[in-house]
Every structure is written in structure tokens, then in C-alpha cells.
Write a protein that binds this ligand. Structure first.
Ligand SMILES: *Cc1c(COP(=O)(O)O)cnc(C)c1O
Length: 369
């Protein structure tokens, strides 16, 4: 591993390969894995991740927003890309960049058909999103007749896939609810198959469903968090390797006398002689104030150093009393000795929020296999 000279998020493509292989091993033959690379590849680097996944055999990608899909096209990604949450204002751009929209409401269906017809398109691929209980996006059963009406009247679009999203696939206490969602999905798909004279492919599983509901894999699964090395469960976490390590360095060391304070609002006051280090990372980099005042800490040479006082915008201070270290030494925020899930929990959050929140100001370094 290279040593750092500034705050750096290292992205380990070997770990990505490991995670991809692990998730693939859970899939029956013929089931495809869609690589979910939204939000900068869960805060890593979407184009590099997509390129590596494509090398490994991933042939479909998903992003949340149009802009993210356009960025992948600009980076040379040629595989089909599903845009999970487009808005009507994006439709021409979606078509120009050969992106494929999720169609989740009557309004979106009508407007997309209008745009496709205006551009003289035939059979442009769309993906129908069904709401089976998450109540976030998608058509419910009684709305399907309207969908049939629109699709029957226009050949500008063609349904390439039908999909839905699970609300609690990681939670065994919600097993009943998840099975209900799967039942609704099958029922609505049956109606769609009856009405369309072709069979779009089907998908509903996210990472946790790949592990917990193998019977729900259908034709494809949509994996995000698992590819990045997290499994919503300690046992699965053990099988996966987080791809990201967030590192920084010690900018300056101070000796704080009894009664002196450190940082804004004087939130820390020394009750004994204390050695502190200032690190060039703060809440503008994604380490928010929740982690301050001793709630979380970092690692220097495998020794734990708690964050003291309030996290500042661009810096934070740690207590290094008793740790043998000097200015310029490497500090690990998460990864290595500190699993990001453990760090996230100290800030009352989950790995998803922590890793996607590492701001674009932090340098990304790709570690090739
Ligand atoms: C983000 C997202 C996924 C990926 O979920 P993970 O839990 O990260 O695997 C799949 N499907 C949809 C609709 C999503 O929004």
C-alpha cells in the first residue's frame, strides 16, 4: 500500500473482484448481476468501478440519475445503463446518451413516450418499475391497465425489463413482508406477461436479497453495497472486503496543558497533559460532527486515537497521548483496523451513508490488482 501525503480514499480493485466473485457464487447459472454504480460508485469512483466490473463480466449498470449515466458514457462505458430515477426534463439527454429510463409513473410514461415519438424512435428500451410495498416509486396493480393503454398505442418504446425493490431484504423480522412483496411482484408480472406479447426480463433483488432470498433472483440481481464490500450483516461482512480505505496524515501535533481547550466552542478541555494531533479532514469531507467529542476515533499504527472536541469543516483533532507518532505519519479513518460499519455506527449511521458521504474534495487513488 502506498503511503499518503494528504487525505486519500484508496479504492482496492482486488477487493472489488473478490466481492464480485463472492456475490456471483450465490447466483444460479444464467442469472445476471447488474452493477449499481450510482452516487460515484457508492462514494468511490464510478467509471473505474464500472470498467473493472465490465472486465469481470458485468454487462448492465444502474445509476440513480441521468447525470451519473452521462458521466459513465463520457468515460467510455458502453454497456446498457438503467437510470433508476429520471425526471421528464432529462428524457432527451437520456436518449442522446443511450441510457435506459426506469418508468415509474403514468406521468413519466406519457412524457417519455412523447419524447420518443417526437424523435421518431421505435422500440426504445424502458424498464417498468412496480411498487410492491416500499411505496417510494412505481406502479401499483390497479394502475397497470393505464400502462397497457399507453403501451398498446405506441411502438416508440419497448419494455426491456420489469422490476421492483425490496424494503427490508436484510431484516429477518420482516420476512413475512418481503415474501408479500415477492408475491405481489409475481402477480403483477403475470398480468404484464399476459398483456404484452413478449417477455421482458425480471429483477427485484438487491445485495441482501441475493444472500437471503435466492429464490427471488429472477433473471438479474442489482448489487450495490455488496460489491463495495458490505453486507448489512456481520456474517456476510466477514465474506466481503470493503474496497475503500480512508487515510489521512498528521498535520500538526500540540501539547495541551491542564485547563487548556481544543477547537471550536472549546468543546474539549484537558484534565491532564494531553498530546493532540490535527488532521486535514473535516465535516466538509464527509466526517460529520456526529463523530466528534470522543464518539469515534481513528487509528495510527494500529493504536486507537479518539476524536476530541467538535469536528471542524476542514479539520479534526485527535488525542494521541501515549501513541508514538510524529507529524506526517499516516492515520486511518476507516478500512484496515477499523471496519467502516463500526465507524459508521459510532456516528449513528450505516455504511451506505458514510461511504457515499465522502465528498469529492477527497482524492481518490485506485489500487490495481
Ligand atoms: C441502490 C439500489 C440498489 C442497490 O442496493 P444495495 O443494497 O446497495 O445492493 C438496487 N436497486 C435499487 C432500486 C436501488 O435504488
Amino acid at each position: 500500500m502506498p503511503s499518503v501525503h494528504e487525505t486519500t480514499l484508496e479504492i482496492d480493485l482486488g477487493a472489488l473482484t473478490h466481492n464480485y466473485k463472492y456475490l456471483s457464487s450465490k447466483l444460479a447459472k444464467g442469472v445476471k448481476l447488474m452493477g449499481v454504480v450510482k452516487a460515484f460508485g457508492y462514494g468511490s469512483e464510478s467509471a473505474e468501478i464500472a470498467k473493472k466490473l465490465s472486465e469481470l463480466g458485468v454487462s448492465y449498470f444502474a445509476v440513480a440519475y441521468t447525470k451519473e449515466g452521462v458521466a459513465l458514457r463520457d468515460a467510455g462505458i458502453t454497456e446498457p445503463i438503467l437510470v433508476l430515477h429520471p425526471q421528464s426534463i432529462n428524457f432527451e439527454e437520456i436518449i442522446e446518451s443511450c441510457l435506459e429510463p426506469s418508468i415509474y409513473s403514468e406521468f413519466v410514461l406519457r412524457e417519455f413516450i412523447k419524447t420518443a415519438e417526437k424523435l421518431g424512435l421505435k422500440n426504445y428500451p424502458i424498464h417498468l418499475k412496480l411498487n410492491t410495498g416500499l411505496n417510494r416509486l412505481g406502479f401499483i396493480d390497479p394502475e397497470l391497465n393505464t400502462v397497457f393503454d399507453y403501451l398498446g398505442k405506441s411502438d416508440a418504446v419497448k419494455v426491456r425489463s420489469i422490476f421492483s425493490h425490496l424494503a427490508a431484504s436484510e431484516d429477518w423480522r420482516e420476512r413475512e413482508f418481503t415474501l408479500q412483496q415477492l408475491g405481489k411482484f409475481r402477480k403483477m408480472v403475470f398480468r404484464l406477461f399476459e398483456n404484452l406479447n413478449y417477455k421482458p426480463f425480471l429483477h427485484i433483488s438487491n445485495t441482501s436479497a441475493v444472500i437471503n432470498y435466492p429464490e427471488a433472483a429472477f433473471d438479474m440481481v442489482r448489487c450495490g453495497i455488496g460489491l463495495y464490500g458490505f453486507g448489512n450483516d456481520e456474517k456476510i461482512n466477514e465474506k466481503l472486503k470493503p474496497i475503500g480505505t480512508l487515510k489521512t496524515i498528521i498535520s500538526q501535533i500540540h501539547e495541551i496543558a491542564i485547563g487548556e481547550s481544543v477547537g471550536y466552542n472549546r468543546a474539549f478541555t484537558a484534565t491532564k497533559k494531553t498530546m493532540t494531533a490535527t488532521l486535514p479532514i473535516g465535516h466538509a469531507d464527509g466526517i460529520n460532527r456526529q463523530y466528534g467529542n470522543g464518539r469515534a476515533g481513528v487509528f495510527i499504527k494500529d493504536q486507537y486515537a479518539p476524536i476530541i472536541g467538535n469536528v471542524c469543516m476542514d479539520m479534526l483533532m485527535i488525542d494521541i497521548t501515549g501513541i508514538d507518532c510524529k507529524e506526517g505519519d499516516e492515520v486511518i479513518i476507516f478500512g484496515g483496523p477499523q471496519h467502516a460499519t463500526v465507524f459508521a455506527a459510532k456516528g449513528n449511521t450505516i455504511s451506505y451513508e458514510l461511504i457515499t458521504g465522502i465528498s469529492q474534495r477527497v482524492k481518490r487513488v485506485i489500487i490495481e490488482e
